[in-house]
Ligand binder design. Structure first.
Ligand code: SAH
Length: 234
């Protein structure tokens, strides 16, 4: 299958890219042209001699807000090519593996990274921007969130990971957290690898792994557990 998954990132700090995306799996995949990255400096659309991109918040309060006209100019200069336009924002819909899978299967993404106190609300409505959060905490800017989204999507592009199987069984794919993993040595500071993993009985191993995945999910993520159980109940 030939396709070109491309990410365009709009940022005030283009020098942050590719950063971690140029290393290891995503970096090798970038070299192999399994995906492409274009980084654009929002400041090129800044106003006046100082290329101003922000101003003080209407109604007062601390900090600065990214101007709607500047953000819109930066957005309008990007060919969308069927890609969703996403603003990384703590107020957005929490990113899930299901959404990552969907994005990975598309043409790519156009990502807008905020800074300061955020973005003038009007540009979000005017350009039909989707807001996505990477968690209930506040970063200083959208760049690291954009990298997280891109890395999660890129590793699902066919050919990026060695084996396909590894993305089928991992955390969230089945609605469960992943079962615990072990490798050599057999004995680590008096702790043994669970016996069942040594006996070569693949049916038993699968059963044990499912039970462990369920136990961990129930204990650590009651929210995931409820969602997992629901469709099973009559
Ligand atoms: N005042 C804002 C936070 C601004 S943080 C608020 O309270 O909602 C500055 C920028 O960092 C944001 O514009 C956004 O692009 C990015 N950012 C911060 N936390 C994020 C998160 N959890 N997910 C995605 N982007 C985030």
């Amino acid at each position: 299958m030939s396709r070109d998954w491309s990410a365009t990132v709009l940022t005030l700090f283009p020098e942050m890219f590719p950063g971690p995306l140029g290393i290891s799996l995503p970096g090798k995949a970038l070299e192999k042209n399994l995906w492409s990255l274009e980084v654009r400096d929002i400041r090129e659309h800044g106003l006046g001699k100082h290329r101003t991109v922000d101003d003080s918040p209407a109604g007062g309060g601390p900090g600065m807000v990214m101007r709607a006209d500047v953000a819109a100019a930066a957005i309008d200069a990007v060919p969308r090519d069927g890609r969703p336009l996403i603003y990384l924002s703590p107020r957005g819909a929490p990113l899930t593996q299901a959404r990552v899978r969907q994005l990975s299967g598309g043409q790519g993404v156009v990502l807008l990274c905020g800074r300061f106190e955020g973005l003038d609300e009007r540009v979000i409505g005017a350009r039909g921007i989707e807001e996505v959060s990477i968690g209930d905490f506040v970063l200083a800017g959208g760049e690291i969130a954009a990298m997280a989204l891109i890395e999660a999507a890129v590793r699902l592009i066919p050919g990026v990971l060695g084996t396909h199987a590894s993305t089928q069984e991992e955390s969230f794919s089945s609605g469960l957290l992943e079962y615990p993993q072990f490798t050599r040595p057999q004995d680590f500071e008096g702790r043994a690898i669970p016996e069942v993993l040594n006996n070569g009985n693949h049916k038993e191993i699968s059963r044990w792994r499912l039970a462990e995945a369920e136990r961990l999910t129930r204990a650590r993520r009651p929210d995931l557990w409820t969602a997992y159980e629901k469709p099973r109940k009559p």
